[in-house]
Design a protein around this ligand. Sequence first.
Ligand SMILES: C[S@@+](CC[C@H](N)C(=O)[O-])C[C@H]1O[C@@H](n2cnc3c(N)ncnc32)[C@H](O)[C@@H]1O
Length: 274
Amino acid sequence: MPFRIEDLQKALMALNTFRQYAVSPHHERYSFPLLCGSYFAYRKVDVIRIVQIAKAISNNPRYLDVGCGYGDFLEKIREYLPNAKGVERNAEIFYACNRLKPDFIDVSNADWDISEMYDVVFVGWMEPGVDFRDRVACKTDVVITTIDQGLSLGAEYDGHGFDRIATWRSPSWDDVNTEIMNRYYTSISKETRQVLSKLRSAHNLWYVYSNPSKSDIVRSVIKKCIKQEDHDFINEHYEFESVLDDCGFRYHEELEEPSSEIESTAKLWEIRLI
Ligand SMILES: C[S@@+](CC[C@H](N)C(=O)[O-])C[C@H]1O[C@@H](n2cnc3c(N)ncnc32)[C@H](O)[C@@H]1O
């Protein structure tokens, strides 16, 4: 469902009210992801993984973020890949966020308007019912997607002749938001909050897909990422990651009582090669 301008305006008013009471400037990116953050909770380690994959494919990678919103995640990627671009259908998002549309984001429809070829296409969190896989699959050899378990679909490229190379999970923005609200903006006892925090069960799943001709390269760079992270992770983070740490969504966090198979087989942000 596309966002209507009235919905964006209401969200903006709610955001302005929230800002008057906010306990931390970093909470809004999780409570108002479309206006101030991204729908998938991420850390710098996600950005570095994606940049490494792109650089393994090409020395000067052509990178496209499809449905990039106002460009929160894309801006992080551009710190490493300055030519990275985005495509976003909804121009109103820039007015609602009171931002100038940057030149590196095209306002157009990915269903028919991706004209060039790209080394990597990133599709982060698509609404239910939106599906431009046919278009994306013929414009790149590597697709990286995130999908909010149970909510968004259209993020699987196995049926388009791609190999699924690796996956990891980060928290659902919804679970992070609920934890922030329970912890900082609601008067409930610590005991109740601890019980509620065990109920989290949504996940943002990241998938790396490759055309078989590039699968060996992609697999090998992901193995390199796994090794590197063992050494470098602690030095590489964004300030807003402190919210994830405080709310129990730490890197490689394991739940005491996993409530689903995915929680028991992999820790948060742990890469699984397929
Ligand atoms: C749920 S939002 C996610 C935005 C951003 N990737 C994020 O994670 O915060 C999905 C975005 O995809 C955009 N979108 C949906 N269909 C699209 C299409 N066919 N072409 C380009 N953008 C599209 C929507 O306008 C919306 O901004």
